[in-house]
Design a protein around this ligand. Structure first.
Ligand code: PGA
Length: 259
């Protein structure tokens, strides 16, 4: 099962995960990071910024999970722009080594395959950051996504478009399609780190961690992964049946076992 860590607030999760990423980069200067967008990973990126000062990150590589289809890459809410603004610039990464799926309409039919090839050519993702949608999606793998799926175009649910409307002037401006790493792509990463904060995520987290394995709740795919870490605040943990056991396990974790 995944390791479940319940923290008092999001910044504590950010510190914990940032420490793991720093250790990874210190072990391997060419580490491949799986980058997530949305509000959830921001505490990780914020905690990483001071920690990476003085560490050579010039060869660190990165792959974003997803991108909107048909949105101008220069739009401030394209994930290319978001990754540049929230990750590449503050952390001092080399933009040439950070890839985002290509959501431009021209060539979209091959974009998924090309992205898969690029991930394979990089040797795969070492640590994949994940948020989870209120409908249980990871990446933009909406309910019904195959556990074997690879990077491809998906249609966003109305719920996801509503959830993401806060980033746009109106829900009508949220694109209807996206290109996302598949569940099969995500499961190939060597370490999955799923974060969730707030009561709005409690049901999705409980389903992903303790519910049945089902494509209807794509986050449940993490149960198939041999090394998954789930870091949640109390509110997001509030529907977990075995929360006391997870707390007990973490409190008694041997010092040599890092996340
Ligand atoms: P959020 O989105 O981090 O903005 O809540 C999570 C997701 O949709 O995966």
């Amino acid at each position: 099962m995944a390791e479940i860590i319940i923290v008092p607030y999001a910044a504590a999760a950010g510190s914990l995960v940032a420490d793991a990423i720093v250790r990874l980069i210190e072990r391997n200067r060419e580490a491949v990071l799986g980058l997530a967008t949305g509000s959830t990973p921001l505490p990780v990126y914020q905690a990483l910024e001071p920690r990476l000062k003085g560490i050579d990150v010039s060869r660190v590589r990165g792959f974003a999970l997803d991108e909107y289809v048909g949105l101008d890459p220069a739009h401030p809410e394209s994930y290319r722009s978001v990754i540049q603004r929230e990750v590449v610039e503050p952390l001092g990464l080399d933009p040439a080594l950070i890839r985002v799926p290509d959501g431009s309409l021209d060539g979209i039919e091959h974009a998924g395959e090309e992205y898969e090839e690029a991930i394979l050519a990089a040797g795969g993702v070492d640590l994949q950051l994940l948020g989870i949608g209120t409908d249980g999606h990871i990446g933009f793998n909406e309910p019904g996504s195959s556990f074997a799926s690879l990077t491809r175009v998906k249609t966003l649910t109305e719920q996801t478009r509503d959830d993401n409307a806060r980033f746009f002037d109106s829900v009508d401006d949220v694109p209807r399609h996206c290109i996302t790493q598949g569940l099969g792509t995500i499961l190939r990463a060597r370490h999955l780190v799923l974060l969730a904060f707030g009561a709005g995520k409690a049901e999705a987290v409980a389903g992903a961690v303790e519910g049945p394995l089902t494509a209807s709740l794509p986050g449940s795919a993490i149960q198939l992964h041999p090394r998954a870490t789930v870091v949640v605040d109390e509110a997001a943990a509030s529907r977990l049946r075995f929360a006391d056991y997870y707390r007990y396990t973490y409190e008694n974790k041997p010092a040599w076992q890092a996340i």
